[in-house]
Design a protein around this ligand. Sequence first.
Ligand SMILES: N[C@@H](CCC(=O)N[C@@H](CS)C(=O)NCC(=O)O)C(=O)O
Length: 234
Amino acid sequence: MHPFDLPASATLSSPLTLLSHALCPYVQRAAIVLAEKGVAFERQDIDLACKPDWFLQLSPLGKTPVLLVAGQPVFESAVICEYLDEVHLPRLHPQDALQRAQHRAWMEFGSTILAAIAGFYTAADEAVLQAKAGVIAAQFAQVERALGAGPYFSGSNFTLVDAVFGPVFRYFNVFERIDDFGFFTDLHRVQAWRHQLAARASVQQAVRADYPELLQAFLLKRPGALSTRLRARG
Ligand SMILES: N[C@@H](CCC(=O)N[C@@H](CS)C(=O)NCC(=O)O)C(=O)O
């Protein structure tokens, strides 16, 4: 019997299992890092609308992702990424302690943008939607100032910051189908970084092929200004 009473489908042959959700950007970070390091893992999707008891035993916050390492749970995506970076090559964090701290700070900033994105797609009315779009645009303007010549966050090497922002940028492919909200106007470095990350195999493979349709269906179910616009587009 597994110590956490996992269902048979979760007691898997791979020593690493990523408890996931098809749309979760935090799960994608971990999947990208695993792919960058060429580490085999199995993915098990959790119904977050009806969380199984065994999952709640493993995930104190009731959130995905959780990485099971030989059955031992690690929760919180940044912690999972850091753990993977410590035990599997190539290192995705800089060697220099100060630079590493700065990268961790920008990973956190990526989470702040994700919170703003959630505020955008749950905006109750047009005024709030526009205000939230402005918040996101201002955050990306800050990112623009932090970026160098590219192609990745800090130059030619893909880092954990890139793993965080790949899933952030993915939302905008679907938002741009709805309208031009001006998120990236005049932010040339951000735009170039976005396209670079979209072309990266690990980023592409972190979601299923039907991700855009799944995200659109998810957005349509949220009451508010964005789903009203989406419905109006037919
Ligand atoms: N700080 C967490 C955030 C994870 C998170 O918010 N996951 C969402 C899905 S994207 C979740 O599990 N939500 C379910 C809930 O909050 O009930 C991390 O970085 O892992």
